[in-house]
Unconditional design. Sequence first.
Length: 60
Amino acid sequence: MTRRIAAMSVAGLVIISAASPAIAARCTDYWNCEQAVRAWCNGSHPRADGDGDGIPCENV
């Protein structure tokens, strides 16, 4: 019974992690400015605009 619960828990975590969108951890994870802007606009990288000037990931 314990093994079954553990297996179901692992399977649930795999499904959840596969269904969630990829999120860049740092601005340098983006290839270009367009990717950074899209991620920032759709909410997957809300802290990309660190200085609050409306331009995310200015170092890309």
